[in-house]
Design a protein around this ligand. Structure first.
Ligand SMILES: Nc1ncnc2c1ncn2[C@@H]1O[C@H](COP(=O)(O)OP(=O)(O)OP(=O)(O)O)[C@@H](O)[C@H]1O
Ligand SMILES: [Mg+2]
Length: 361
């Protein structure tokens, strides 16, 4: 995957910006608040049809303007793909591939494989289980369209079941038969999602272990564990067994929406015992594993966005990380750093296929 040209209009703090990226490293430096992360977000938008901040589209329109437009020309398997996204205030987002608007935005996911990592990814370690489920879902959706549909279907059935549960208390009558249809749907889709997630966890674990070992210089003993209620019992049974509890709580307490990934360091949860650098290493190893995994599944090297990744890492870990991503296994990379000198050295060292863009007001 390669981004050949990027055009930005009225996107966050940029009024207009154009870039012809280099094939390997593209480094953005500049002071805090200059727009380095915003540039990465623009590239992310073209891949995921939304911001990595998960915020509403119109918040990304430059203050005082009434629309933003992004355009990216990519090479994918030797073919040019032109992706355009525009958002006008109080209008539906327009998202096009080669001039043709998509019927469903979800159809676009996976066309431009991309892996992004930023300081706030640490929330994958210290935050709630939803961030880790989102990680699993984002990775798998990039090569398995059917999976994304299953997730959407499961979520709809879950919402419906929860509404039915709420209606029991409003109507002061428990019509349990009304739950059956949703139980059946949840069990079917839930089991399928569980199988796919389990396979994903089994496949990504060895890749993750290898990266963690390399970046840390083999210093820590870490583990990644997929946790799901469905390992213990079928979802049909779980839903049946928890029905009275669900009626009481007015929501569904069993299912794959409770899945989690446990991140361990020496048999303890890394979120409780790991240092900040160890936690960060964990996330980075996971993101690199995500890269390899998507590459294996799609035969494409995803675009890699590395936002401010050096913070909290010791010099050994920084150097190893750079060595890893400089390798031919990786493709085009966009990296941000406030430290111009460090980035300059990096670009010098890597190759002539690299570009350093120093952002100024
Ligand atoms: N809708 C918007 N309109 C105008 N400016 C915006 C908008 N949204 C965000 N900004 C501005 O973008 C800037 C933040 O840019 P960004 O996060 O890319 O900075 P950065 O260069 O990555 O900084 P850091 O080094 O601190 O990470 C802020 O100054 C913010 O005010
Ligand atoms: Mg930033």
């Amino acid at each position: 995957m390669k981004l050949e040209q990027l055009t930005i209009i009225n996107f966050k703090n940029f009024d207009s910006f154009e870039l012809k990226p280099a094939p390997k490293f593209n480094c953005f430096t500049g002071p805090n608040g200059i727009g380095k992360t915003n540039l990465l977000d623009a590239i992310y938008y073209l891949s995921f049809a939304k911001s990595f901040l998960q915020s509403a589209d119109k918040l990304h329109i430059k203050h005082g303007e009434d629309y933003f437009a992004l355009n990216g020309k990519f090479t994918r398997k030797e073919e040019i793909e032109e992706i355009a996204c525009s958002v006008k205030k109080s209008q539906k987002k327009v998202f096009k591939r080669n001039g043709k608007e998509y019927d469903r935005l979800s159809d676009h996911i996976g066309l431009i494989p991309l892996v992004y990592t930023a300081p706030f990814d640490i929330s994958m370690v210290i935050g709630g289980s939803d961030t880790r489920r989102r990680f699993i879902d984002t990775v798998i959706s990039q090569f398995d369209k059917d999976y994304l549909r299953k997730i959407i279907k499961y979520q709809r059935a879950l919402d419906q079941r929860n509404q039915v549960l709420k209606s029991f208390s409003a109507n002061k009558h428990n019509d349990e038969a009304a739950l059956e249809i949703w139980d059946m749907q949840l069990a079917k889709t839930g089991n399928e999602i569980f199988e796919i997630r389990n396979q994903f966890a089994n496949e990504i674990t060895p890749i993750f272990n290898e990266y963690y070992k390399r970046i840390s210089g083999n210093r820590d003993d870490v583990k990644l564990i997929y946790v799901s209620q469905i390992f213990k019992n079928s979802l049909e049974n779980l839903l049946k067994n928890s029905r009275q509890k669900d009626i009481l709580f007015q929501y569904t307490t069993s299912g794959i929406h409770k899945d989690d990934l446990e991140f361990m360091l020496d048999e303890y949860l890394i979120r409780k015992t790991g240092s900040q650098g160890q936690q960060k290493t964990f996330v980075l190893a996971l993101k690199l594993a995500q890269f390899d995994y998507i590459k294996q599944k799609t035969g494409l090297k995803p675009i890699l966005l590395l936002d401010d990744i050096f913070d909290k890492l010791d010099s050994f870990r920084i150097n190893t990380l750079i060595e890893i991503v400089s390798d031919n296994n990786f493709g085009q990379i966009f990296l941000t750093d406030t430290n111009y000198e460090r980035t300059l050295k990096l670009v010098d060292k890597i190759s002539e296929d690299s570009k350093l863009v120093c952002l100024e007001n």
